[in-house]
Design a protein around this ligand. Sequence first.
Ligand SMILES: [Zn+2]
Length: 211
Amino acid sequence: MRNYKGLIVEACKEMIGEELVKGTWGNVSIRESNRIFITPSGYSYEKMEEQDICVIDFDGKTLEGDRTPSSEWKMHVAIYNARDDVDVILHTHPLYSSIASVTLDNVPSLIEDCAMICGPKIKIAEYGDPGSWQLAKNAVNALDTNGAVILKNHGLVNVGKRFSEAFTGAKVTEKNVQVYIEALKLGREISYIPDDKLQMLRKVYKERYLQ
Ligand SMILES: [Zn+2]
């Protein structure tokens, strides 16, 4: 069996290094059949070790670990239930995605890498109370078949089959949102990728990636 706990610990250190989160916010999980490996609630990423990672079932019951699982476990469960093609979820609070979460309804994919890894646009999910099933449902709806969703007044969620996909997704999403917000500030006409190209880029990525 792969060392999922080790992978999550590594991911936590990378989230801090990439400034995708501040403090103990955000969370990471991996699905392995009917179990979810997930970061604990409110625990320092710097101090995080393999023994701190929680293993839960799809009802949120702890199967392994002494710590309390992330308070957003319901969102992770809801996304895994809705998406067979997702085995990793990364939830972060990067700056530009957070700005988009309080000002926009969606962010178009303006750069090709974002169109490929995230989809044609990143939608902003309706607000839901932290840790609630409503938030989980809103996230699933706005995520749709995409690789990323922004949670209103909150942060960013990236999903993938592997860690590398969710991580690259988070960095690429944040960059694309930054590009969009800075481009809006210039007040010049923005060059959008045409709809058919957006669909094609996503399709090519999915086919290549899932091979
Ligand atoms: Zn959060």
